[in-house]
Each structure stands twice: as structure tokens, then as C-alpha cells.
Design a protein around this ligand. Structure first.
Ligand SMILES: Cc1cc2nc3c(=O)[nH]c(=O)nc-3n(C[C@H](O)[C@H](O)[C@H](O)COP(=O)(O)OP(=O)(O)OC[C@H]3O[C@@H](n4cnc5c(N)ncnc54)[C@H](O)[C@@H]3O)c2cc1C
Length: 289
């Protein structure tokens, strides 16, 4: 399929890109790596008259440490995340997730900002950001604002991003002693989106779990936190019996759409299994820290 005609813009700065969006409020569209947008344009699900390429804007690149947080430029690709010494050392969960996204071709071009902005329930970064309690930094004509990941994902392809705003960076906490993570994703084959995925970040004080976030992928209209199993595990010494109870609550919190990856019942069971594994992985890592 061939996309419709469009005018191509390559602004040099974020402010120039925002200005272009303001000039084309109804038919302007940001393009980053293009791995979600271009397929939609080829199918004519998206027909922007003005394509605004932000991939090469230098201020959207780079990974830096800011106190206890890491700041990841929105145009950082999956491959750059995987290769980053800082991310490997301070937030290995992101590396583990990025390695499971698509294939090398997609990872060389697809960006963390695009993955989050797209609002696709099948994308992997949204649940990772929810589990990490990340901040999404966005900029528009009124300046910069920060949106907590928990307030960002509103529905299928719907986020808290205004049409005239651009994600400039993502801020995630660096891992601390006693913190552990788990990322498990069931997919049919390499390069596929998740049939179901579960990301867990927890913190142990002694043997007690004093903080836990469980976020699920592709088992609802958007990535979401599974609050009932979180509440069950919070403040407890987690053992196999509790994990089993939590897995049942994960299953109850899912509302997946049926598709070629499976029916709703199967996906709910798979989400529970991914959560079981991620809780166990997170516990082991928290104890090892
Ligand atoms: C074969 C294949 C398999 C894939 N498998 C997976 C997978 O397993 N897991 C996964 O997570 N993803 C997967 N993807 C999606 C891939 O990771 C995309 O790259 C990602 O969803 C979008 O990132 P992008 O940089 O390509 O964004 P684009 O496609 O350029 O943009 C996507 C959308 O976000 C908007 N946008 C982009 N950047 C910004 C920004 N900074 N601010 C505001 N709006 C912005 C665009 O306007 C557009 O609406 C797959 C893609 C393909 C083609």
C-alpha cells in the first residue's frame, strides 16, 4: 500500500517542531522512528498532510543522570537503550524490555518516545513506565510539563498528550538497594507483540514488600496497573501461596480483546502466568541486591 501525499518537514529544534504543529493543527503529525505511524499511513488509517520529523533533533537525544533519576531523550532508539552502559547499570528493566521489542530493524529506528506516545496497548514501554513510576516530560506552546506515567495512558491510542505537544524525555528512577524487577512477555514468535505481558517493580524492607507496582500489557484497552494484586502483596512477606492469590487477582483485572493471539480466557490466564514469573523474578533480584 502507498500512503497519501504529504509535505515533509525536518525542524532543527523542538520549538520549531511545536511551531509547525501549531501551524497545522488538524493535519500535522509528528514522526519519530516511523515504525508505528508509517504502517498506519500505508493502510490510510492516518493521512497527515504535514509530516514533522523530530528523529534528528539533538535535544531529544541522549541519556543522562539527574540525581536519583535517569533522563532519557524521547528520540533514544531501542538499540541505544540496549547499548547504554548507564541504563544497563541503573535501570536494567528497560534493557530487558527493549530486547523483547520487535526485531533489530525496528529496534534500530523505533524510539522510546514514539512507543509511549502511540498509546498502543500492545506496546511494551507503557507497562514498564507504569511499573517504574516514570515521569513523561512533554513540551507545547505553553512550555514544559511533566505527566506521571499513571496519568498518561488513557485508552487505546489515547494519551494525556495534547495534539500540540511533543514528548521530549522520560524520567525514570535509578534502581536502589532492595529493589527488584521482573519483565515477562508471552509472544507467538520473534518480532510479535505480546499476547500478554507483566512488569513488576517491588522494594523489600527486610523480608517485607513495602512497595510494589504490577503493570500489564495487551490485556486491556491500554497498559494498566493491576491494583488489587498490588494491594494484596503490599506490606506482606511474599511467599508462593500469596503469589498464587495475586495471580488470580491479576486474571480478574484483565479485559483483553480477542484476536489471532487468543481468546479472552487464554489471555487472562497468560497474564496471570507472566505476573507470577515477574513477581518471582523481582523478589529474587530484590533479595540479591
Ligand atoms: C514488526 C513490528 C513489530 C513491533 N513489535 C513491537 C513490540 O513487540 N513491542 C513494542 O513495544 N513495539 C513494537 N513495535 C512498535 C515499534 O516499537 C514502534 O517503533 C513504536 O511503537 C513507535 O515508535 P516510533 O519511534 O517508530 O514512532 P512513530 O511510528 O514515528 O510514531 C508513533 C506515534 O507517536 C507519535 N509520536 C512519536 N514520537 C512522538 C513524540 N516524541 N511526541 C509526541 N508524539 C510522538 C507519532 O505522531 C505517531 O502518532 C513493532 C513494530 C513493528 C513494525
Amino acid at each position: 500500500m502507498i500512503p497519501g501525499e504529504f509535505e515533509y518537514h525536518a525542524p532543527a529544534t523542538v520549538d520549531d517542531a511545536i511551531q509547525l504543529l501549531a501551524q497545522h493543527p488538524d493535519d500535522g503529525k509528528i514522526i519519530a522512528g516511523g515504525h508505528s505511524l508509517l504502517p498506519m499511513m500505508k493502510l490510510r488509517f492516518a493521512e497527515p498532510a504535514h509530516l514533522i520529523n523530530i528523529f534528528e533533533i539533538p535535544e531529544l537525544k541522549g541519556i543522562t543522570e539527574e540525581g536519583s533519576m535517569l533522563r532519557i531523550g524521547a528520540m533514544t532508539t531501542e538499540s541505544e537503550l540496549i547499548r547504554s552502559a548507564l541504563i544497563n547499570q541503573k535501570c536494567p528493566l528497560i534493557v530487558e524490555a527493549a530486547k523483547m521489542i520487535a526485531d533489530p530493524q525496528v529496534r534500530n529506528r523505533g524510539t522510546i518516545g514514539g512507543d509511549i506516545a502511540h498509546g498502543d496497548p500492545g506496546n511494551d514501554h507503557p507497562a514498564v513506565m507504569l511499573a517504574l513510576d516514570a515521569d513523561i516530560v512533554v513540551k507545547g506552546p505553553q512550555g514544559e510539563r511533566t505527566i506521571a506515567a499513571k496519568d498518561f495512558f488513557l485508552g487505546t491510542y489515547v494519551t494525556a498528550l495534547e495534539p500540540n505537544e511533543i514528548i521530549t524525555a522520560i524520567r525514570v528512577p535509578a534502581s536502589t538497594p532492595g529493589t527488584g524487577y521482573g519483565f515477562n512477555k508471552l509472544k507467538r514468535k520473534t518480532g510479535d507483540f505480546a499476547t500478554a505481558g507483566a512488569t513488576v517493580v517491588l522494594h523489600l524492607k527486610g523480608n517485607t514488600c513495602d512497595e510494589i507496582r504490577i503493570a500489564l500489557t495487551n490485556v486491556g484497552p491500554t497498559a494498566f496497573r493491576a491494583e488489587a494484586p498490588e494491594a494484596l502483596l503490599q506490606g506482606r512477606e511474599i511467599d508462593d501461596a500469596l503469589i498464587e492469590q495475586a495471580a488470580i487477582k491479576v486474571m480478574e483485572s484483565c479485559a483483553p480483546a480477542e484476536d489471532l493471539r487468543g481468546d479472552a480466557e487464554y489471555k487472562c490466564h497468560m497474564a496471570a502466568e507472566m505476573a507470577r514469573r515477574s513477581i518471582r523474578d523481582a523478589l529474587a533480584r530484590a533479595k540479591g541486591n
